[in-house]
Design a binder for this molecule. Sequence first.
Ligand code: BGC
Length: 915
Amino acid sequence: MFGTALLLFLAGRAAVPPAVPGRLEVSGLRVEYLTDPLGIDVPRPRLSWRIASDARNTMQTAYQLQVGLAPASVERGSGLLWDSGRIMSDASVFVDYAGPPLESRTRYYWRVRVWDSNGRVSRWSPMASWETGFFRAADWVARWIGPAPSGGDSLPSPSPVLRRAFRVNGPIRSARAYVTSLGLYELYLNGQRVGDQLFTPGWTSYRHRLQYQTFDVTELLRAGANAVGATLGDGWYRGYLGFFGQRNLYGRRLALLLQLEIRYQDGRTERVVSDGDWKTTTGPILTSDIYRGEIYDARQDHPGWAAPAYDDHAWAPVAVLEPPSAILVASESPPVRRVRELHPVSIRQLPSGETLFDLGQNFTGWTRLVVRGASGMTVTLRYAEVLDKSGNLYTANLRGASQTDRYTLKGNGAEQYEPHFTFHGFRYVAVAGLPQPADTSTITGIAVSSDLPQTGLFETSDSLLNRLQRNIVWGERSNFLDVPTDCPQRDERLGWTGDAQVFSRTAAFNMDVAGFFAKWLADLAADQDTSGSVPWVIPNLFSDSVHFGGTAGWSDASVIIPWTMYQVYGDRGLLERQYPSMRAWVDYARRRAGSELIWRPGWQFGDWLALHSDDPSYPGATTGTDLIATAFLAHSTDLVARAAVVLGKADEASRYAVLFHAVRDAFNREFVSGAGRVGENTQTAYALAIAFDLLPDSIVPAAADRLAQDVRARGAHLTTGFLGTPVLLHTLSGTGHVPVAFDLLTQRSYPSWLYPITRGATTMWERWDGIRPDSSFEDPGMNSFNHYAFGAVGDWMYRNIGGIDLDPAAPGYKKSRIAPRAGAGLTSARASLETPYGTLATAWKIENGRFVLDATIPVNTTAALTLWDSRVDRVQEGGRSLSGGGGIRDVQQRGKDVVVVVGSGQYHFSAPTPP
Ligand code: BGC
């Protein structure tokens, strides 16, 4: 025993490379989109790592990957499954595993080391791993089970609970649970909740794809008697979903599929699966619905029901169901979890007798109620985003979503309650029926969201802009709940494609959304019509016979988001996977445009929620839907052409490039005058035409001047809607109108980004005037206070104020552009982004007449820094005048600006503040 350990120790030491001068380290190992994932089903997963170096200008020149079935063999570097050998390459992101084919339910250990441009070799990285789920449908031997059919299946009904006792016959080496359901599930082993994931198995295109989760349950099992149990909820599968009051969209019967696989230390394996031996009954959840909330009667609980000793003889046998037609796929996105707790900032009594808790922040989730009282008393919790003028909950904007939870007490001392299969969009909770006076421990806000790592930070010397940034992040946290939703409160909460499209780039600054969007885009492709048309919402709610889709700016999510993910993460594999879907959409839209190449007919959302001329105090901002649809056709065609170049499809690249130019020509003929007027002379018309590169170069300055002129004429106010807003500031700053862009951004009066903040907004509003200047509410039929679309301005703030941008020619921030701008009286700003290569950061301030800029550039990347309006001989780095060396690769005077190309490391620039 001891001898083996000693041998391993010596062998391990021998494999460590000799010490190198300076620090060169590899860490942050990732497989596909996750760290040490469990249960992935990608046959050739892609591996990524990050490098740290204490020397500037460090590039990776080579890497070596080792993969094995046991940590010890990888540490020894022998008995490996795959050793890449030394590969001369600077690739450190999404590197293909190229070893032997992977097996189902197997854990692979891996490590990597790198060589750098300074001639150093790193030590081996810490060990990382991935574990496969099931590659073949035949890996599933469990049966689908659920309660026997009943007449109530189509109506709100109590959540079923299911259980089975089993024995563990010896010491366990490892155990895994592979689980999914029709409806939502919560899994328990020996009375304990398995994992911390919420809303499993997630929402996908249920007719085509159903996710399963893999849990390591080794620690939850014990020798002898065990029990497994599950509670099922209606969720998206058969609850109310969509604004027509429908339910049972995907089916009527809830069901569970579970395969528990035990490996004993002596090598035996055993399975406990869902099958006809399980028992079922109903429990304390009387109804639970995403829109309508939960009714819970704690007296109906079965104490110990998921523990082995429970006597289930009175429960009914389960029914075994036919499997659904969807294929089972492993989750690829981070799961939904509880991500924050919020405490009441005020508590007061309402005239209604309810106690009102203000959690100080609009968000998505629920509350934890702590209560003590007599058995049978009921506490009712109603949730809302805002209060009306008299201080009561304003719920008219929730439409058909009642957002109410009811808890009936068991009556045995302190009771804690959180609902299960519902979520609410709210800041305020009105509670009725509290047995004793409330305090701050009565209610705790629980924010839930897809648990996406925060990647971005943006802060300035202006507190309103900082609040805007926080509101954008809360909008993202509130609406990235397994799918990107429009809003979390009313009877909608759907994966609206247009909203996701406009926000995707901003989203990717704030959080790591690579896996989140990869999952959703797989659903988009699955739900795409055979004609190529893309539904309005993904997952699609509407049956195949009623096709709500094929709309410009919305369906273009199919092209714009994969392209954006490729740009920000360098995810070429995703681009390849989505390419057929991207192309199919463009082919469809092109057919809609007919021989003239102007897309006129059919329903369009247009520049949704732009300022319309029906407001007499604020006239005229409607952009023609033909202009918008044709502009998006051109833009998506352009992106498909570029994607084809990346994927090496030369013929298609030139075909779509030719089409792009033809649509562009048609656009100019139809909508552009020689004097630079575009369409209806709206801000959106100019912004789209310029941002999508639809105008001849000679006309751009005149068109941009007209845009700037319109903004000025309106006293620095915008008129744009969902489609024009995201490109408005980019268009202005990209055409020499930076001060106009700053004036718009920092405008406080309606309509503007900061106006809602002056009205106390803590999230982004759906409409510019959700609460009007006269304090009245907009149309309750559509007035969400948590809609991220207008938050798409975040990407302008990161790229222009923070000055962090990518070089489209080297995606994933392999090359970045650093070009921060000061304006609107800002005296400092800082921004940072966790890029695939590491932290890219800027911090600038204006001090003693100098513009001082600190920049951090990740290893294995380079950056081109622009100092505006300066001269090479006036710029200093690290207190010295600019010359080559020390990481500075190139210095150029480009017109009025100085451009410095640097390698990795930290830099400290300063130059006289531009006039
Ligand atoms: C949603 C939007 C969506 C729109 C389509 C609304 O009801 O909330 O955000 O994009 O419909 O026009």
